[in-house]
Design a protein around this ligand. Structure first.
Ligand SMILES: [Zn+2]
Length: 431
């Protein structure tokens, strides 16, 4: 009798005491796998509690919840030590990830929120504001390559306004989006070069100004960190290039103004004259050539030898010169300045032609072209110039590194060219 009563009582006591314990014991009797209150007071006071996911809490309880100071050891190896409230991490604490990463700072409702420090096992470090477990607000991020970012964060990434100090001494100040330079900003190279303008996904992109340490500067369009599109390059030498760029090179249509007043106007490919171009001398002479990769192909045509040419002859035979002058006038102050002097000499030469005709006593319809002495060809001496170009000497992996240098080239070879004023006929018409 006594034996059976005792057995029944034991069963009743166990069931009413902790049914979970009994169920767990049936599968595994080792205490580290027990779920529930392992020891102490897990209602109000100090206790040890294991939850259903296997994480172990050691600390203070209030009304059956983690409240106050405690330590949570997660099943995956993560450890949190700090303040709890209402069962969640709340207040100051330290969270150590199993992979070595640590967060020390403020928590709210179980999440990193407020100010804290995150140290990555890569060596990267962040100190600043957190929101909803992510870097958000103002903070500083130290990269393991000793570069650092100071500024605004959003959704765990550099976002908003900030400064990035690169390990090589360069510095970016401006806007960021999704971890990259985006919008307006300035990239200061350690060597003195400076880019100010628009960025897109970390690249110079859109309109910007690149100022080089030698005083040269480019204002215009950029793409993929390089000069691309329409732009103007003002060189320290006084030379100016106005026109089209592609991947940092003169490409397409452009005008190169030499400091002495000469200019080349025409087609380019890979920084070289390529296609049709006209070389204008400061004195007014202009010769049209065909270029192939910087070399002159075939015989040129002298379009205007303005100091000798009759006005009517220029109008008739050199319409292209007039058109070109108009096209370039917006960009060329030199051309505008040169015009009064040229017009003056044109008037004088017109008078001389008229006088020549009057002296002959007749009114011929044509007259031997004085410029080419009726031969239809003119001899021109060689012109050699230094052309400034820019080059990106970076490996293309990081920020671009621009340098300027000059290329010496023959822009007008010595030799005979067709006389444009008489269409090569050696005769000019007179009224
Ligand atoms: Zn001629």
């Amino acid at each position: 009798m006594n034996y059976y009563i005792s057995l029944i009582l034991l069963i009743i006591l166990n069931i009413s005491g902790n049914p979970m314990l009994i169920a767990q014991s049936a599968q595994d009797t080792q205490s580290r796998n027990l779920v529930g209150c392992v020891s102490g007071n897990c209602q109000n006071g100090q206790g040890v509690f294991r939850n259903s996911s296997g994480s172990l809490y050691e600390g203070t309880f209030e009304q059956g919840k983690f409240q106050g100071t405690g330590k949570m050891t997660y099943k995956d190896g993560d450890i949190y030590e700090g303040e709890f409230r209402n069962g969640k991490m709340h207040g100051p604490g330290k969270y150590s990830y199993s992979d070595g990463k640590t967060y020390e700072g403020s928590f709210e409702n179980g999440k990193m929120q407020g100010n804290g420090e995150l140290i990555y096992n890569s060596g990267n470090r962040y100190l600043g504001s957190f929101q909803n477990n992510m870097k958000s607000g103002e903070g500083t991020f130290w990269f393991n390559d000793s570069s650092r970012y100071e500024g605004s964060f959003a959704y765990d990434k550099m976002d908003g306004y900030g400064t990035w100090f690169y390990s090589n001494g360069d510095r970016y100040v401006g806007n960021f989006a999704k971890g990259k330079q985006n919008g307006s900003g300035a990239y200061h190279y350690l060597d003195g070069n400076l880019y100010e303008g628009n960025f897109l996904s970390g690249n110079f992109h859109g309109n910007g100004v690149l100022t080089l340490k030698d005083g040269s500067y480019y204002t215009g369009e950029f793409k993929a960190d390089n000069l691309n599109g329409f732009g103007i390059f003002y060189y320290a030498s006084g030379d100016v290039y106005v026109g089209s760029f592609e991947n940092g090179n003169y490409e397409g249509c452009g005008t190169y103004y030499y400091a002495n007043g000469d200019r080349y106007e025409g087609d380019y490919q890979n920084n070289l004259s390529h296609g049709t171009g006209i070389y204008y001398e400061a004195g007014g002479e202009a010769t049209r050539y065909h270029y192939l990769k910087g070399e002159i192909v075939g015989e040129g045509v002298q379009l205007a030898h303005i100091s000798n040419a009759p006005l009517k002859d220029i109008k008739k035979t050199d319409p292209s010169t007039g058109v070109k002058e108009q096209q370039s006038s917006k960009a060329s102050n030199d051309a505008d300045v040169a015009k009064p002097a040229n017009n003056n000499s044109i008037s004088q030469s017109r008078v001389s032609v008229t006088t020549e005709v009057a002296m002959a006593g007749i009114a011929p319809s044509t007259l031997a072209c004085t410029a080419c002495k009726g031969k239809g060809k003119l001899y021109q001496s060689e012109i050699r110039k230094n052309k400034m170009v820019t080059k990106d000497i970076s490996n293309g992996m990081g920020p671009r590194n621009f340098v300027t240098y000059s290329v010496n080239e023959i822009v007008r070879p010595a030799g005979f060219v067709g006389c444009g004023r008489c269409d090569g006929t050696g005769q000019v018409q007179v009224e």
